[in-house]
Design a protein around this ligand. Structure first.
Ligand code: SF4
Length: 496
């Protein structure tokens, strides 16, 4: 290892397996990284909370977490001491071998043997998790601690919350020792490769490609992609990153250069054509048929939900969608004014019953309920019908009145080049209306809304909480207003 700056860790090794340039930039040009958004921060916090909860599986351990991310030497020394003392349980233990650092969630000393546990806040075990575990196993055993077994602790997808959270049934332990052993030669080679990359005077030349998003979205995309022209194949919408990589490998760089469209499907051909002509693609008859069945009175409806990894309420499961906010615009007839109302659940208690009662009262007048992407709204309503059978009949009535405004866009009755391959409400709305109604919204999309609301459960500042609740309501109201505008535009398109 050439210098302390070039020290590696589990996460930098995983980074180097995805892209050698990403490792080099991370170590030498850290300031070029994209700023982490609230969604990424929330994912990180969630992992931290789940990890802490898993400590309860092995009570009375000593915590070796570093006081800050630059003080791992203290953690390594504290871990070493506790290992020498054969302390029964250590949390956030840290080890180093040949300049590579690996922290481990839990190490247990039982019946004269060491057992390692790494906690993951998901249901399934991915190849990246196994590589992660293999790095930890390799570093721990190479630093002189023999491990009897290594397990991944994941969340049990069948767990249902009762009065209190039962950690023993919430988590699932799976030994992955055999899978780890198969990966050790690869880990050894990856460490050698990573050291060689960091010893170079300049960043390795790596073209952009599907590795920029898989298995993780790289945080140097802002840097590497900044000079890519808008006409580049990389910005061709409607085609997967893998397909783009294949096209680029054939020597094509610009969208205009694509002559042979035989390998493209009908959808991709339409998107390519609209890109070239910069004109929308319109199937007027299909739009007309779709609109013909939609009659006033109309509701324009949108729900926001969050998905806590650790259930907060009785009878819910990990990552269940818990609705917390809806917006409803209502128009009795073409000539009537647009009326609006919304509901947001207070932070802290299970308010799903109030949520559904409010929604049922608000939609008791007849009328079609228009949504954008019915899967989400219907899925949430079905779950609520299951949770509150007393309202099942009424909820099913509302479900049967739902019509999905996403259909004409998803089925390509209409496509505008400004959508840039996206079929989200925001992309469709911006393209169809020629303006961005969300420009003033602090919350940018549904994923961010989920992250913002989830964070409120752990926030103590009441003023900040109120501010965020208002921002969420504004976002959701904009959603249903845009939905109304999209509907009006579809009516016009069917008439002209
Ligand atoms: S954006 Fe792509 S090419 Fe650039 S460092 Fe990340 S993965 Fe590598």
């Amino acid at each position: 290892m050439s210098s302390k700056k070039n020290n590696l860790s589990k996460s930098t090794l995983i980074r180097s397996m995805q892209c050698s340039k990403s490792l080099y930039l991370y170590k030498n040009s850290y300031h070029l990284r994209d700023k982490a958004g609230i969604t990424q921060q929330q994912r990180f916090d969630r992992g931290h909370r789940v990890g802490k909860l898993a400590h309860q599986l092995f009570p009375n351990g000593k915590d070796c977490s570093p006081p800050n991310p630059f003080s791992y030497d203290e953690s390594i020394a504290a871990t070493k001491l506790l290992i020498q003392q054969r302390y029964p349980v250590i949390y956030e233990a840290a080890f180093k071998h040949n300049g590579v650092l690996a922290a481990l969630d839990i190490i247990e000393f039982r019946d004269g043997k060491f057992y390692a546990y790494e906690v993951k806040s998901s249901f399934r075990i991915s190849n990246t998790y196994l590589l992660d575990a293999a790095i930890q196993y390799y570093i721990i055993t190479q630093s002189g601690i023999p491990l009897e077994d290594f397990s991944l602790v994941t969340i049990n997808n069948e767990y249902v919350m009762t009065e209190t959270l039962e950690v023993n049934t919430f988590f699932k332990k799976t030994s992955v020792l055999e899978e780890i052993k198969e990966r050790i030669p690869f880990i050894q080679k990856s460490i050698e490769d990573a050291i060689a990359i960091l010893d170079k005077p300049e960043a390795p030349e790596v073209n952009i490609g599907s590795h920029c998003t898989k298995p993780y979205p790289c945080d140097f995309q802002g840097y590497c992609w900044k000079d890519i022209e808008k006409a580049s194949i990389w910005y061709l919408p409607g085609i997967s990153m893998q397909e783009k990589t294949t096209l680029v490998a054939t020597g094509l760089t610009n969208i205009e250069e694509i002559q042979n469209t035989e390998s493209l499907n009908q959808r991709q051909k339409i998107i390519l054509e609209t890109y070239r002509s910069q004109l929308p693609y319109i199937e007027k008859e299909k739009i007309k048929n779709f609109i013909a069945d939609i009659k006033y009175p109309l509701y324009f409806f949108d729900v926001e939900a969050f998905q806590p990894a650790i259930p907060l309420f009785k009878n819910t499961q990990p990552y269940d969608r818990i609705p917390f906010l809806y917006s409803l615009h209502y128009k009795a007839s073409d000539a009537e004014v647009l009326y609006h109302e919304s509901y947001i659940s207070p932070i802290g208690n299970d308010a799903r019953i109030h949520f559904i009662e409010h929604f049922l009262t608000s939609t008791q007048r007849e009328g079609t309920i228009l949504v954008f992407n019915a899967l989400m709204e219907k899925g949430i309503l079905y779950k609520l019908a299951e949770a509150f059978p007393v309202y099942k009949k009424e909820i099913y009535d509302r479900i049967n009145r739902i019509v999905d405004i996403e259909i004409p866009f998803k089925e390509l009755y209409y496509y505008h080049p400004a959508q840039q391959g996206s079929f989200s409400l925001k992309a469709v709305g911006n393209a169809l209306l020629g303006r961005d109604e969300f420009v003033k919204s602090h919350v940018k999309d549904g994923e961010e809304a989920m992250a913002v609301y989830n964070e409120l459960f752990y926030m103590n500042d009441e003023i900040k909480v109120e501010e965020q609740l208002r921002a969420l309501k504004t976002y959701c109201k904009t959603d249903t207003y845009v939905l109304f505008e999209i509907f009006e535009q579809l009516v016009k398109l069917s008439e002209y």
